[in-house]
Design a protein around this ligand. Sequence first.
Ligand code: GLV
Ligand code: MN
Ligand code: MN
Length: 497
Amino acid sequence: MAMAPPPSSHPSLHLILAVSAFLAVSTLIFADGLELGGGEGDGLYREILRDETVLRLKELGKISDGEGYLERTFLSPASIRATNVIVSWMKDAGLTTWVDQMGNIHGRFEPANCTREALLLGSHMDTVIDAGMYDGSLGIICAISALKVLKNAGKLQRLTRPVEVIAFSDEEGVRFQTTFLGSAAVAGTLPESILQVSDKSGTTVQDVLKLNSFEATAAALGQARYSPESVGSYVEVHMEQGPVLEALQYPLGVVKGIAGQTRLKVIVDGSQGHAGTVPMKLRRDPMVAAAELVVTLESLCKDPNKFLTYDEECGCFTEESLAGLVCTVGELLTWPSASNVIPGQVNFTVDIRAMDDKVRETIVTSFSRLVLQKCDDRLVICAVEHKHSAPATPCDPELTTHLKRAARSTVSELPGRTAAGETPVLMSGAGHDAMAMAKLTKVGMLFVRCRGGVSHSPEESVMDDDVWAAGLALLNFVEQNVVAELEAEQRAAVAEL
Ligand code: GLV
Ligand code: MN
Ligand code: MN
């Protein structure tokens, strides 16, 4: 896999290569045979922002480690195949590409003699197991498409700051039970200890990196880090993964903030035994204990005030602060997992999210207390391991205003729309790379309507026209903010809002 240095040490050779590559292909017919009138025409760029983007989403959606379903986890064989495809699309958009030491793919355009901070765009290339094709991929491909339009229109050279697309190697955290391996490395918050974390088969992050010819040392991880001074902002396009925009009949929304999340692993140890011979009264069965804990978690999150002690309530549980509190057990494993054996051990994952960090922390504490209590009652031994926590993340108000404006003008421009109302403003219950990137820079997010609010499922669906709207809104945002002539105009317009 092609490796190259991070942008702090970008040799100007990269720039020269990128510019000459641009000059070499700046005809009006492009690699995929799609034609675009060099920025002329109706200015809606349907061929690239809709048709090609959708084709590419489908292509990426087929690159899977699973037979007949989509699964692409951190540095899996499919993710390496996907890397090559994404790199080729970035090149096609006139970008200089490299893969960093955590497997993140970068595609950057650096205007000549520009020392300003970069605008970063992107999302994640990994997926959950049995995933849909839009979660993550939509943000990567829309960003590449928007820059391809700028390239074809001859506007990349007029960028007033470097613009870079990043396809993050891991956001879902499926393989290592953690999240943001990719974006946290870029933000510089990935601890060195991550190298020793192992997956279910005992393979560590370090093993996987080495297997794929990465250096896999703490120093190498440090190379993936961007300095805060080199970055101006990060913008992510993502499918909504919820039903709000569909209900509002609006294709795009902007995100005010992202819920905080905690992930735990609960390990329940009991007495393994024969299913036919051990009387019910003498059992120490970790399966039923786990079942009780799963139901306890559900009750706690449905009706927190019923469970909390006076101290835990701390006066913070108003209806508003409880909004968005959700708790999930998504994975439960038993050992030895046979129908005629009382299990010896059961472990399961817990995912707790809330907009209010205090609420989330209190739920984590009270669930941990309830686990110990219930396990004592059932004479099993339980441990709660803390896997991951991220605080709620506000999006930057100024960026959000710019995105809102870009979304509004886009929606009114597209065929079939006369006047567009205000762009909806949403909170995100799902986690996003923007959470990790917020440790590095200002973040903004654009949400795209999806069918039925369904995500993390092969049933994920975004209408082709909404994919188009997302790409066009991102293009408008980039044009209005980082293309020379329009930047000042846009700032003045926003100031007037
Ligand atoms: C990522 O998709 C998450 O919110 O779990
Ligand atoms: Mn996801
Ligand atoms: Mn996602």
